[in-house]
Ligand binder design. Structure first.
Ligand SMILES: [Fe+2]
Ligand SMILES: [Fe+2]
Length: 377
């Protein structure tokens, strides 16, 4: 499969479409083995912050605990500490050096010269941040992607990353059992854990219940390059950064590898390192370090839940818009009222959990599942 092309097509389609996704499967509120909470009133849901929505969700709670457990299983103590620090505070520390106007101008010139910018300036490209040592929101309240894309609800990043991690460890186990491979588990886990680490920054929640619109950098969503740059700045080992950079494409042939090389090159410019000296690229700067390791492929394969979660989220959002009009008195699906309703419902039900109900049992069953989260008016 031409996965890079498919991802680009997907991102373009997502920008034009409606909402989408989620990963955990089972109907949401029983997923953590807890007594399902009572449905809340629509007015209460309209007043909640994204963090409050995420923190009230059993699915987000379950998946956040899972991510913390996996992070604790990283064997290398220094790497484990760095990963835990990022989950605790995914601050855009890479923005610190870019606050200097001279550095920023030099970075802009280098990115532009290599064709990584599409008319943007570095100033216009970077998401706002008041203090680069502090995250703009906790990891656990961030959406899993842009508002018209997959896992677009409070806690969506946790659900997306946890789903990816389960898939990644499944792929890892399969390769180890099938071929007796000696894949490095730390590299595999760290690459997937950090693959979208700057989504809390890039997709900050807005007052109207949507999230910031992402720009493109080096031909992919800026969150990817910024996440790789942050991993470099935070001092993650090069083979882990390289595997992380493969999330959006794999180095299986020259054309696809060129994508990954471009993202690592752009991230290195932002981070202020020489990617060859830093062992992020091969000696000529045109390939990954040779021979190419396998963990990046596992990271790439593990970041494919969007194939289903994207469209499932889009279709569920359309159906939820109809329910909002029919049962909740929300006529405008472009309103803050709908966004708040949508965000709360998906934080609890997940786009995938609700699409599982809708696709298997129809709209009445979906309406009942939504009514178990927010009371119809
Ligand atoms: Fe990504
Ligand atoms: Fe992802």
């Amino acid at each position: 499969m031409e996965s890079g092309l498919d991802r680009r097509k997907f991102l373009a389609l997502g920008a034009a479409a409606c909402g989408m996704l989620a990963f955990t499967g089972a109907v949401p509120r029983k997923a953590a083995g807890q007594t399902p909470p009572q449905p809340i009133a629509l007015e209460a849901c309209l007043a909640l912050t994204p963090l409050a929505m995420a923190d009230s969700s059993a699915v987000v709670d379950r998946d956040w605990k899972y991510l913390l457990e996996v992070a604790a299983s990283i064997k290398d103590p220094a790497v484990r500490q760095k990963v835990q620090a990022i989950l605790d505070n995914p601050a855009p520390t890479l923005a610190d050096r870019l606050a200097d106007p001279k550095t920023r101008a030099a970075v802009h010139a280098e990115l532009a010269a290599k064709g990584f910018l599409k008319g943007q300036t570095v100033t216009g490209l970077l998401p706002p941040v008041a203090d680069p040592s502090k995250t703009v929101q906790p990891f656990r309240s961030a959406p899993g992607s842009g508002y018209t894309s997959h896992h677009a609800f409070p806690g969506g990043l946790v659900v997306h990353t946890a789903g990816n991690m389960r898939n990644t460890l499944g792929i890892y186990d399969g390769y180890v059992k099938n071929y007796g491979l000696t894949l490095d588990r730390d590299t595999t886990v760290v690459a997937q854990m950090l693959h979208d680490l700057h989504k809390p920054w890039v997709f900050a929640w807005a007052d109207d219940g949507t999230s910031r619109q992402e720009q493109t950098l080096a031909g992919t969503g800026e969150h990817h390059v910024l996440s790789v740059a942050e991993a470099i700045v935070r001092g993650l080992p090069p083979q882990m950064v390289v595997a992380q950079a493969c999330a959006h494409n794999h180095p299986g042939d020259a054309k696809d590898e060129a994508d990954v090389v471009g993202w690592i090159t752009a991230a290195s410019i932002l981070a202020g390192v020489d990617p060859v000296k830093a062992e992020l690229l091969g000696p000529d700067g045109k390939t990954l370090p040779l021979p190419r390791r396998m963990e990046g492929f596992v990271c790439h394969l593990g970041d494919h839940d969007w194939v289903l979660t994207g469209p499932a989220g889009k279709w569920t959002t359309v159906a939820l818009g109809e329910l909002a009009k029919e049962r909740y008195g929300i006529a405008d699906t472009n309103s803050k009222a709908f966004n708040q309703f949508r965000n709360y419902v998906f934080a609890h039900g997940t786009m995938m959990g609700l699409y599982a109900v809708y696709s298997a049992s129809g709209k009445k069953a979906l309406a009942d599942a939504v009514a178990a989260i927010v009371k119809p008016v």
